[in-house]
Design a protein around this ligand. Structure first.
Ligand code: ADP
Ligand code: MG
Length: 684
């Protein structure tokens, strides 16, 4: 791409600078206003070199007593600066000729940086340097430091911010009574306070972002997020969908035929979904339930409600193994009711696949299960009224949209998304506020709790012996191979090596191997054999991470557990503990453990509840990464912090409601101020 021209034209900003600023999402003066400082530096005071404390930022001023380029240990510019109290060494590993000139002996400079004890006494590495005249005044206030990118200096950013503060309208958009009630300053005051802190501003409050000016900006940011989520929600409700009345024919027949009764949570979620489906606008609901809570049954009931109204429903799953398992389960449940389920996956032979496509296109078959193959071009579901996405976090926005678009134009199918990754409350209120949520907070009865053990790598032989005993006792086991993110080839190699080593160590056991590179029919034959109890041990890469359901498997071994994320470990562990046998999960870890690795293992060892694990995960990783999994267009928060600013979320939500119903023009102005044109992807 060439240089980006700012659409409105940006006085004083050439195309090269504009392109660099665009990398920071800065496309005009208005965006500069909201480009708030990352932190502040205190250049209002000078510290005597002799008094500078190691490890703390300080500003010193002195005369250059010597400067030279030395070549060892590597090329660097080294200067010595003296202020009468002591001499300080400053070094730069990257430098310009202009800097050498600036540091000519006798020159007077101010350095800002952190002092460390070095080989030659106290030194600063890469301090900021500024030439000054003797007696030159110090700045009166803290200096803002802005987020930046290569080739854009702080001085440039400061200049652009200052200009924007003069030329841009700084209208107050929030109602005065709300500001007063929340104790927040006006927009223009807040901006000035952050970009140009007053000389007496509390540096700690600015730094920790507790200053009222920060609160004001964070509140406005949360408000805008609520506005855009709420607008997307209302826009969806204004669209037409096929109302699917609860006729309780097929759904009741399935419930009658099941060997178990739905849990209270399943019944509740099902009630919410059945009511949504009956409405004339599209449902957009997230069904959230811990691993093993029985989401598939709820989805099956929803699909039957479409079928009993003569409409189609499709369920998409992220892996071949999972899609096939769903198809088998649905077929086993529904065949006795006379309902056919089509199965679409990359692995089906062309002839079989074309036959399925024809049956779906003609509307002869109403229900379909598949992988991404469902959203490929030749698939037509002319009467699609319900789209179910299992393990929704594994799909991108575009894939979910593509599934929705499989129906006839103009009509939106109802959407049911399912996830075992629980969403903490603050996240649900912010990033997921455009969804309705049903929760399965109860496991089917008769599950025995899973015992989790940690084993250092050196105790691998003991783990193998334990597995041998378990399998000879009639149980089945998974052995999950280490995750090697850098190289798929290496991951495959490791899986094969592990398999070979286990086959050798355990000749009396029947051992199978599945990994991502196997042909689909080989994969499914191995899974079927394990499922039927013809294999004792299944060695696997993370292809079995999601959804696999083999109730007799009661031992899970995970190698290099420290390399897996918490959600992944929880998912993997959830593959056992599905039957009545006592289940166990052994996490083998290699030493030394990183701090995060140790923290994760501790969490997974101490907790079995998915919600608790997600909460801890959020603590370890922070919301940015957590939300990243959704890959959605929901504007990420730049300033507000879901933990620290949780108290602002509820009022932001209330004010968003109020503005949308009473002051739509103000709501629009706020969204334009913060999002510009970046609102489009939200409607996913
Ligand atoms: P998940 O929520 O992880 O997708 P599944 O839908 O795979 O869970 O259900 C896990 C297992 O529990 C399956 O074998 C399923 O048939 C079984 N199951 C679901 N609901 C119940 C219930 N109410 N009582 C007993 N078993 C159930
Ligand atoms: Mg599932």
């Amino acid at each position: 791409m060439g240089a980006v021209e700012s659409p409105r034209g940006w006085p004083g900003v050439g195309s090269q600078l504009a392109a660099r600023l665009a990398r920071l999402d800065l496309r005009g003066p208005r965006d500069m206003l909201l480009h708030l400082p990352l932190r502040y530096e205190d250049e209002t005071r000078l510290t005597a070199i002799a008094a500078a404390r190691p490890g703390f930022p300080a500003q010193v001023e002195g005369e250059v007593v010597g400067a030279e380029v030395v070549l060892r240990p590597r090329r660097q510019l080294v200067a010595r600066i003296s202020d009468g109290s002591a001499t300080l060494v400053a070094r730069w590993l990257n430098f310009y000729p202009s800097q050498q000139k600036q540091l000519a002996p006798g020159a007077r400079v101010r350095l800002f940086g952190e002092v460390r004890g070095g080989f030659f006494g106290d030194e600063m590495v890469h301090p900021r340097v500024r030439s000054v005249l003797p007696g030159e005044a110090l700045p009166a206030a803290l200096t803002p430091v802005y987020p930046t990118t290569a080739g854009v200096g702080q001085a440039t950013l400061r200049k652009l911010v200052d200009r924007a503060l003069q030329t841009e309208p700084l209208d107050e958009l929030l109602p005065a009574d709300w500001l007063q009630r929340l104790g927040l300053p006006a927009f223009s005051d807040a901006l000035r306070a952050l970009h140009h802190p007053a000389p007496d501003a509390d540096p700690h409050a600015l730094e920790s972002r507790e200053h009222p000016a920060w609160q004001r900006m964070k509140f406005e940011e949360l408000l805008v997020q609520q506005l855009s989520l709420r607008r997307a929600y209302l826009a969806r409700r204004a669209r037409a969908a096929v109302p699917l009345r609860a006729r309780a024919r097929l759904t009741a027949a399935l419930l009658d035929a099941l060997p178990f009764r739905p849990t209270g949570a399943q019944a509740r979620a099902w009630g919410e979904i059945a009511a949504d489906l009956a409405a004339a606008h599209p449902m957009q609901r997230l069904l959230q339930g811990d691993v093993g809570s029985g989401k598939t049954l709820v989805a099956a009931l929803a699909m039957l409600q479409a079928a009993e109204n003569g409409w189609q429903a499709a369920m998409m799953a992220p892996t071949e193994i999972l899609a096939e398992q769903h198809w088998k389960k649905l077929s086993a449940w529904l065949a006795p009711l006379g309902i056919d389920v089509a199965w679409l996956s990359g692995s089906r032979r062309k002839r079989a696949r074309e036959a399925e496509l024809a049956r779906l296109a003609s509307g002869e078959v109403l229900l379909a299960v598949g992988t991404h193959a469902l959203i490929e071009d030749p698939v037509m579901l002319p009467r699609l009224a319900l789209a179910v996405v299992d393990e929704q976090h594994r799909f991108g926005v575009r894939q979910r949209l593509a599934l929705r678009e499989k129906g006839d134009e103009g009509r939106r199918p109802h959407m049911l998304m399912m996830s075992a990754t629980p969403i903490p409350r603050t996240l649900a209120m912010t990033h997921y506020a455009d969804l309705d949520v049903s929760v399965l907070d109860e496991l089917p009865p008769g599950r025995t709790p899973i015992r989790t053990r940690l084993a250092a790598e050196g105790r691998r032989d003991q783990v193998i012996a334990r597995m041998r005993a378990a399998c000879l006792g009639g149980r089945q086991a998974y052995w999950v191979c280490p995750l090697i993110e850098e190289s798929e080839a290496l991951q495959l190699q490791t899986a094969q090596d592990t398999y070979a080593a286990l086959v050798e160590a355990l000749p009396e056991l029947r051992i199978g191997l599945v990994h991502g590179r196997l042909k689909n029919d080989e994969k499914s034959a191995t899974m079927a054999a394990f499922s039927a109890g013809e294999l004792d041990v299944l060695v696997a890469t993370t292809v079995i991470e999601v959804g696999v359901d083999v109730p007799n498997a009661s031992l899970m071994v995970i190698e290099h557990a420290e390399r897996f994320g918490l959600a992944q470990l929880h998912q993997l562990r959830g593959r056992v503990g599905r039957g009545t046998a006592e289940s166990e999960c052994i996490l083998i870890y290699a030493q030394p453990l990183s701090e995060t690795g140790r923290a994760r293992l501790k969490v997974i060892y101490e907790h079995t509840d998915g919600f608790a694990i997600a909460r801890e995960d959020l603590n370890i990783r922070g919301p940015g990464e957590f939300v990243g999994a959704r890959q959605s267009g929901v504007p990420l928060l730049r300033y507000a912090d879901l933990d620290a600013d949780a108290a602002l979320i509820e009022p932001a939500r209330e004010l968003a409601e109020h503005l949308l119903s009473h002051e739509p023009a103000v709501a629009q102005a706020l969204m334009t101020r913060w999002l510009g044109g970046r609102e489009a992807l939200l409607r996913a």
